[in-house]
Write a protein that binds this ligand. Structure first.
Ligand code: PLP
Length: 386
């Protein structure tokens, strides 16, 4: 029972009240967790509640989906058991031998799946620098390309792709544009309004925000045939998010706006300070004027440039790994988007085929005091070079 549509309200309000949903039976302001896997038929053999079985659909999952759809201003949203499951559902909804164009710089796990696994399902994949629009245009195979996939800002260099231009290029070839918007979040960017067809999030990251749920989301511009295929893939593969995870995600979403705004502001401040640091060769952050994607990011993102940045350490790979080993406050772990700040030597996890430089440290800025974060990193960087 929605008290309002959400469309006339600011994201912070939509998220904080989880669309103002009140549980009808008890009037509880916090929804219950619907755990039932099966539902009673009506006396006349119908299923009017809209629920039949827990694999295709779940009421708690639907509540979290409604909040995400409202935040993305989408026609619909679906939640999956992981960001990877969400992205892969988009691919599996296409008829092979569809051709897919994806970025060279992107979340490594999905790049690896596209390169190693997607061909086993009959798909053809080309990797290209999607921030170079001429290169993107050239990678399209007219008639064969069905999906252009982008990620912006993209892991781990925070490469920026022009969403509106990529949408135009995809649509001119009758392909759809799918975008991994995990890092931007619906608070800082609305890809559907820029022309994208499908938005994907690793909800494990900012949407949940507390490093305690693995989840993925898709939001669509239209409830069309492709979306129906995606629903079929999710139901058939059992890829729906579990109800407990959906409930935690709904709770995390309530603070999304305040978290992302604070993390984004702290990341900008850290990027500015680290760019001047004597042990840092280069700070990579779309909010810095010298970043190659700055102008595009400033155009398509509003309210900030996100909570992710990377630094390239002057002492090279050895000093980068040594600095990551010497921080106390920053947690040396993979993943991103949680309330606790994380630091990671990305090349160690991405392996030799990665475009990630060996001297790069990836920083996920949490909600700690920015001076504490800087002091910890400053100490570690200096010590690493001794
Ligand atoms: C983590 C991540 C993914 C994968 O999401 P999972 O929830 O771990 O499956 C995809 N894209 C980006 C940008 C990510 O950070």
């Amino acid at each position: 029972m929605n008290e309002h549509s959400g469309s006339d309200l600011k994201p912070r309000t939509v998220a904080a009240q989880a669309l103002g949903t009140i549980e009808p039976g008890t009037k509880a302001v916090v929804p219950p967790v619907h755990v039932a896997t099966t539902f009673i038929r009506d006396p006349d053999n119908q299923y009017r509640s809209g629920f039949i079985y827990g694999r295709p659909d779940n009421a708690t999952v639907r509540q979290a989906e409604a909040v995400i759809a409202a935040l993305e201003v989408a026609a619909d949203a679906k939640l999956f058991g992981a960001g990877m499951a969400a992205a892969i559902a988009v691919v599996l909804a296409l008829d092979p031998p569809a051709h897919i164009v994806a970025p060279t710089v992107m979340y490594w796990g999905l790049r690896r799946w596209l390169v190693d696994e997607a061909p086993r399902f009959g798909y053809r994949v080309s990797l290209v620098d999607t921030s170079d629009l001429a290169a993107l245009r050239a990678a399209i195979r007219p008639g064969a390309t069905k999906l252009v996939w982008i990620e912006t800002p993209a892991n781990p260099l925070w490469t920026v792709t022009d969403v509106a231009a990529a949408a135009e290029i995809a649509h001119a070839a009758s392909a759809i544009l799918g975008i991994d918007s995990t890092v931007a979040t619906p608070i800082l960017m609305r890809p559907l309004a820029l022309g994208a067809d499908i938005v994907m999030h690793s909800a494990t990251k900012y949407l949940n925000g507390h490093s305690d749920v693995i989840a993925g989301a898709l939001a669509t511009a239209r409830k069309d045939a492709l979306w129906t295929r995606i629903e079929t893939v999710r139901a058939g593969h059992g890829a729906i998010l579990g109800p407990f995870e959906a409930w935690l995600l709904l709770r995390g979403l309530r603070t999304l706006d305040v978290r992302v705004c604070a993390q984004s502001q702290a990341a900008l401040e850290l990027a500015q300070r680290l760019a001047q640091h004597r042990e840092v060769d280069h700070a990579l952050y779309p909010g810095l004027p010298h970043h190659p994607g700055h102008a595009t990011a400033a155009r398509q993102m509003t309210g900030g440039f996100g909570g992710m940045l990377s630094i390239r350490v002057k002492g090279g790979e050895r000093a980068a790994i040594a600095a990551a080993a010497r921080v106390n406050l920053w947690k040396r772990a993979t993943s991103l988007g949680g309330v606790e700040s994380l630091i990671e030597h990305r090349a160690s996890i991405e392996g030799p085929t990665s475009p990630c430089p060996a001297d790069l440290l990836r920083l996920s800025v949490g909600l700690e005091d920015v001076d504490d974060l800087y002091a910890d990193l400053d100490r570690a960087l200096r010590a690493a070079n001794e």
